[in-house]
Structures are given as C-alpha cells and as structure tokens.
Ligand binder design. Structure first.
Ligand code: SF4
Length: 383
C-alpha cells in the first residue's frame, strides 16, 4: 500500500462526461484553492496567475449545473478546527491531564494516511475536523440538497483537486451515507486541463464569472490553505479573536510562510505564547513527530502537508519538472488573492455564519460533529 495514496490514481473524466449528459443528475463541482493559480500554466499563463473567474466560466461551459468553491468549506474547516484547538488549549492550560497537545491539522489525506500507517499510537491528536473537500460534500448532500428538495442520489459532486490522494480520500467508506459518497469523485488539475482542451475550451478566450453562492463565497483565510503554513495561519487568525475577544489587526503571520522544511512560530494569544510547528513534506513530518513523541520538543499545534510547498506543489498539478520556483510563484499567487479579499478571517464569512445560524448552531455542536468530523484508523498491520 502506498502510504500517501499517490498510487491510487484513477481517471474519472469519462464518468464525469456521462454524468454531465444525464438530465436526471444535478452535477455540481467544487474547486480547491491551489488549482486556480496553477491550471493557467496549461494555457500559457505564468505560474501563480489567478485564473479563478475564467475557470468558473470554463466549468459552466463544460456543463456543470453549479460551480462552487472548496474555499467555502476551508472556512468551515477553520471554524471547527479552531474551536477544537481553543477547547483543547483551554483545558490543557487549566491542568486537565486528559487533553493532549499538540493538535495536528487533518486536511491532507496523504498525511492522514501516513500517520495511520506509521504513528498509530498518535491518532488521538489530529483534529477530528474533516478536510475541506469532505466538509464540502457533507454540507452539499446533508444540507444544501435537502433544503432544495434534491435527494442525495440525484446529486453528483465532483472535486477539482491539485492532489491524487484526494481520489482515495473521497472513496473512504466513512465519507459515504447509504453507500453514496459525499464527494462522488475527484479530478486533478491536469485532468481538468486535458478535458478542457479536448472540449476546445481555451481559458485565454473566456470572460470571467463568479462562483455560485452560497457555497462559492470565501475569505482570504481559506485560499491560503493551498500553500504550506496556510492552514495553521488561517486557524491562528480565528483562534486569536476567539480566545482574546479582541480584533486581530495584523492577520499576516509572516513567520508561518516560506518553503523551509520545518518552520516554528510563536504567537502571543492572550496570556499564552502559542508555539506552532509547520512541517512541509513528509520527511519533515516524521522529524517533527519524532521530536514530539520523544518529548524533545513541545508544540501547541502542528500543521503537516505531505507535498513540498503544500497543495500548490501537489501531485495532480501541472508538471513543474523540478523547477521549484513555479511552486513558489503559485504560493505567491494565493497570497495575493488573500491580500485582496474583503474578509481575511474564516469566522467573518457571512455565508458560514448563516450556515451555523440555520443548521449547525455553533462549532462543535452535535450536528456539526455528526456531519463535519471524522475518525482515524490504525493501519500499522497494512505496512
Ligand atoms: Fe494533496 Fe499534497 Fe495537498 Fe496533501 S499537500 S492535500 S497530498 S496536494
């Protein structure tokens, strides 16, 4: 078994074409953050160019009924993950020995697979929050569809991902209800570019369009999920305001950015200096986890992404042929999008606020746990 799921590569494009042609199906698509700054390379744009608006137009031309944004669910992931972080941090600081830190981010399926295989004795520390891809599918099929009278088996959800491990993640049995997965299948950035070319759709010739709402609106915190350090930077923006009840004026945690293997950052949150580790790639993950396991170093939270650079360097992205500068430029492209957003903290997303008001009550509520959280399983015997 490949520990990062990268060998689980299956091409779903033919199935997608058949679904789009089926009038009995409502075919929806979600687009991951890192795709929008990389797919343009397949059409002659410089790495890092934001082609979001053209990509939305292209997906509508392909025939999707609804074009949504995984970034919406990245904001939702932060709501649950930051709430879990706050809860664990406060219990830990009050001396509750039943609570363990660090909390580990859990949105990278290759990393989740890695810890399930290689560190099964540490499975109680990752956040139980599902990844943005899976939160998106769960909200779509448990809330969005029923609110519109559309049954689960009438909705198809396709994710466009920079990642090959996302194909494996969407097929995990815990992400299905009555045998119907929350995300039907995942297509890589490269596969989508190929399909667009086969369909004579050239991004350069398209006007820009907007994602469909409510599942298409996001903050700057969501888009930086696509680069190393981005998930924990987004979580820290929200954690800070929730713990201190003060406005975080400067949201740019620059020490969490950059392409080093391991970054360490300390942030004053109320009376506590929160120590954060960021592992960029799986060898860095092994290094930092060993430090935690042996007690050599303590962290309150650690972000781990399997691919170098994070999802901008994912295995489903346009080939970079060893030119790492392309990955750096894609990360810079995401940062520009974040910088230009009206809202840059996930808890400020008005559509996410409305989701909680109408359906989920508050982060970590029983309904939020039911549809937005997951469990991990030891796979040590499968090594
Ligand atoms: Fe997928 Fe790589 Fe991103 Fe992990 S870091 S979610 S393996 S693209």
């Amino acid at each position: 078994v490949c520990p990062v799921g990268a060998l689980y590569e299956k091409d779903y494009t033919w199935g997608l074409i058949k679904d789009i042609a089926n009038p009995r199906k409502r075919v929806t698509v979600q687009v991951a953050p890192a795709v929008r700054v990389a797919i343009g390379e397949e059409f002659g744009y410089e790495p890092g160019t934001d082609v979001t608006g053209k990509l939305v137009t292209a997906l509508k031309k392909l025939g999707f009924d609804d074009v949504f944004d995984t970034d919406y669910a990245a904001d939702l992931t932060i709501m649950e993950e930051a709430a879990e972080f706050k809860q664990r941090l406060e219990k830990y600081l009050s001396g509750d020995k039943s609570v363990k830190l660090p909390i580990l981010t859990s949105c990278c399926p290759a990393w989740v697979n890695f810890i399930e295989h290689h560190y099964p004795d540490m499975l109680d520390i990752p956040s139980s929050a599902k990844s943005p891809q899976q939160m998106f599918g769960a909200v779509l099929k448990n809330i969005w569809g029923p609110a519109r009278g559309i049954k689960r088996d009438e909705i198809i959800n396709v994710s466009i991902m920079p990642c090959l491990a996302k194909k494996y993640e969407s097929s995990r049995p815990e992400f299905a209800t009555d045998g119907i997965p929350d995300v039907d299948y995942s297509i890589s950035t490269r596969e989508l570019a190929h399909l667009l070319k086969q369909s004579n759709i050239d991004l350069r010739k398209l006007d820009e369009s907007e994602f469909d709402n409510p599942l298409g609106y996001s903050t700057g915190a969501a888009v930086i999920f696509g680069r190393t350090g981005g998930v924990i930077e987004a979580a820290t923006r929200t954690l800070y305001e929730w713990v201190t009840n003060e406005t975080l004026e400067d949201v740019d945690f620059k020490a969490m950015r950059g392409m080093e293997g391991i970054k360490i950052s300390e942030v004053k949150v109320g009376d506590t200096i929160v120590k954060i580790g960021i592992a960029n790639g799986l060898s860095a993950a092994r290094d930092i986890l060993d430090r935690v396991k042996t007690g050599e170093e303590f962290f309150h939270a650690i972000e781990i992404m399997a691919c170098k650079g994070g999802c901008v360097g994912g295995g489903g992205q346009p080939y970079h042929h060893g030119n790492f500068e392309k990955i750096v430029k894609r990360a810079e492209g995401l940062q520009s999008i974040d910088n230009g957003k009206t809202f840059r903290k996930s808890h400020e997303n008005p559509y996410i606020q409305s989701l909680y008001e109408k359906y989920l009550e508050h982060p970590l509520s029983s309904e939020a746990h039911r549809i937005l959280h997951t469990k991990y399983y030891s796979k040590k015997d499968l090594k």
